[in-house]
Design a protein around this ligand. Sequence first.
Ligand SMILES: Nc1nc2c(ncn2[C@@H]2O[C@H](COP(=O)(O)OP(=O)(O)OP(=O)(O)O)[C@@H](O)[C@H]2O)c(=O)[nH]1
Ligand SMILES: [Zn+2]
Length: 326
Amino acid sequence: MRQLFFILYLSSYKNLEKGLVIKNTGSWYLVKTDDNRQIECKIKGNFRLKGIRSTNPIAVGDRVQISINAEGTAFITEIEDRKNYIIRRASNLSKQSHIIAANLDQCMLIVTVNYPETSTTFIDRFLASAEAYRVPVCLVFNKIDRYSDEELHYLEALTNLYTHIGYPCFKISALNQTDIEEIKKELKGKVTLFSGHSGVGKSTLINAILPDQKIKTGEISTVHNKGMHTTTFSEMFPIGEEGYIIDTPGIKGFGTFDMEDEEVGHYFKEIFEFSAKCKYGNCTHRHEPGCAVREAVENHYISESRYASYLNILEDKEEGKYRSAY
Ligand SMILES: Nc1nc2c(ncn2[C@@H]2O[C@H](COP(=O)(O)OP(=O)(O)OP(=O)(O)O)[C@@H](O)[C@H]2O)c(=O)[nH]1
Ligand SMILES: [Zn+2]
């Protein structure tokens, strides 16, 4: 009887609070409560999330309810519905996935025209998967201090193209800290994921934005480059009052995802727009008669590079290829 009383006493002592998961180490989570305390939490072994088979049920960016017990331990008891999340699959064949981050407001894709070159295929694949995940993207063209006149000309053409489609573009030099203020403005009050090829200057940019928060991407990407299996856990770095930057070392893109042929065109904004006028509802914009998308490409309303990227994704799907670089 006394034991029962004790259990009742303990459970009534439980303190329920809400917060934001800002770090995931693989074995515990750091939760920032709404009154600004940081609490280390665990999840109970039987914690499952409906409909998602993931190696980690909770990710940075998740809004959760936690229960702080009298003994000082804390458990995550509930997770709020996500507005979006991005995942990485363990491999193409595996159905297991790893949730990288949840509830993103936007993604900044850092790209370079040269040193190293970021291909339009890479950019377009990234944009298409971001559309599928419903995450808005800004393109940040870095290393403008290093480009020749010809490269600057190409840069201008690219920023015109993507701005026109609806992706805001920034031109910066992270090294010289040119036009970093524009980026900072864009980050205010938002949760932003940073992505980009290795060597484009992602760490240089993040360190320019958060000089006190030296981000150690180097070690992890070295391991990654050797082809070793690394499980990457993410962290959110606070910027200003409400904003956060999420750096995901070793993850260059969103990975592949399952979709039907006729769906791919939904994730290219301008192709989707023109596809409304295609003769067939399930048009894949390749050989079908009466295709409004092919006509728009011929008339230069849709850029050839974008159309080529679109075809490239369809081809990869046909071959069942998994592009590890992406
Ligand atoms: N000229 C020039 N060089 C830059 C600029 N930004 C970065 N770099 C250089 O590019 C190289 C790569 O920069 P990092 O910041 O390490 O690139 P990263 O994208 O973080 O690369 P990973 O850590 O491999 O993911 C370094 O030698 C930087 O000094 C820039 O704006 N202009
Ligand atoms: Zn069509």
